[in-house]
Design a protein around this ligand. Structure first.
Ligand code: BTN
Length: 323
């Protein structure tokens, strides 16, 4: 980490307990107290509020919406303290960066960008990712489990983002199967999980879980204006990404635990509703009766049968003559 990021790491860590002295900072960073004072001054110019506590040191009281490797690392749990965190001002797609790193042997890392120039969504769609107003990141992990067992990481991620948003912003979002988060009828978050498998086979699989959250995105392109929305909360992006990454680590530790599906179901925006499922052009209409333990959709198709579908796209069906 650079001196600036190390300083942010230490200031963020000290936030939990109070303040940190200039002397301690100088020792930890291996520089003079004057160098610490100067670096603190630079951060202040960038908009960080670092209060001098008389005779005691410095206290970080406010961090602006600047992505910081040091702050993210400071907010991660001890088990992830060595995880590399890659921060970009701009990149094509954080999923691209994760896949690239995975192919070079990186086993676990976080990739986060202020802006994406080619953000990707499911079904070949793009994900609008302008600077400063959203959180766009990818959590990469490695597992000895087969890919089929790891697929529920997507509904798990949907629950994780919902919980993190609830805890940090006090906003309750709904989950539209499979993995879109909605607020007031508009999509505020999308998730794209991709598996990186080697053609030679092998004992491990790598999964890149890409998450895009619209925080204060205002001007959506015309084609998105009716569908896309934002949380409307300028939540600390570093804190949100770190919280979600620490939750995703729990899936990595115990990928067979499906207890999260209860919350997934409780947050569903489509449970009990009649939907049209589009599976690559093949359409099925039915009532959503629930989800199986891996997050697959269970539809009552009206012929006395309940069918389970693991992929496709659903849209709500207007019930004619209904209340
Ligand atoms: C979707 O809406 O279908 C999924 C959108 C996923 C967007 C995130 S943003 C971070 C990561 N990088 C990408 O290119 N896509 C995911």
């Amino acid at each position: 980490m650079t001196l600036r990021e190390e300083l942010l790491y230490e200031l963020e860590r000290a936030r939990l307990t109070g303040e940190v002295s200039g002397e301690e900072l100088a020792k930890k960073l291996g520089v003079s107290r004057v160098a610490v004072w100067k670096a603190v001054g630079k951060l202040t110019e960038e908009g960080f509020e670092i209060d001098p506590v008389k005779g005691k040191g410095y206290r970080l009281s406010y961090a602006p919406q600047v992505l910081s490797e040091g702050r993210i690392r400071a907010l991660l749990p001890p088990a992830l303290s060595d995880m590399p965190v890659f921060v970009y001002n701009e990149t094509s797609s954080t999923n691209d960066r994760a896949k690239e790193a995975a192919s070079k042997g990186v086993r676990r890392a976080l990739f986060i960008s202020d802006r994406q120039t080619a953000g990707r969504g499911r079904l070949g769609r793009s994900f609008y990712s302008p600077a400063g107003v959203g959180v766009y990141f990818t959590y990469l992990f490695t597992s000895v489990r087969p890919v089929e067992e790891l697929c529920p990481v997507t509904p798990f991620a949907a629950v994780s983002v919902s919980r993190a948003v609830s805890e940090l912003c006090g906003i309750e979002v709904g989950i539209k199967w499979v993995n879109d988060l909605y607020l007031d009828g508009k999509k505020v978050c999308g998730i794209l999980s991709e598996a990186i498998t080697s053609l030679e086979g092998g004992d491990e699989n790598k999964i890149a879980v890409g998450i895009g959250i619209n925080l204060t995105t205002g001007a959506f392109p015309e084609e998105l204006q009716k569908k896309a929305g934002a949380l409307g909360a300028p939540v600390d992006r570093c804190a949100l990404a770190a919280k979600i990454a620490s939750m995703l680590f729990k899936f990595e530790e115990d990928p067979l635990d499906r207890s999260f599906m209860a919350e997934y179901t409780a947050r569903s925006t489509v449970l009990g509703k009649t939907v049209e499922l589009d599976r690559w052009g093949e359409k099925t209409v039915g009532k959503v009766t629930g989800f199986d333990r891996n997050g697959a959709l269970i539809l009552d198709t009206g012929d006395g049968q309940k069918r389970t579908y693991s992929g496709g796209e659903i849209s709500l069906r207007e019930v004619k003559g209904g209340a």
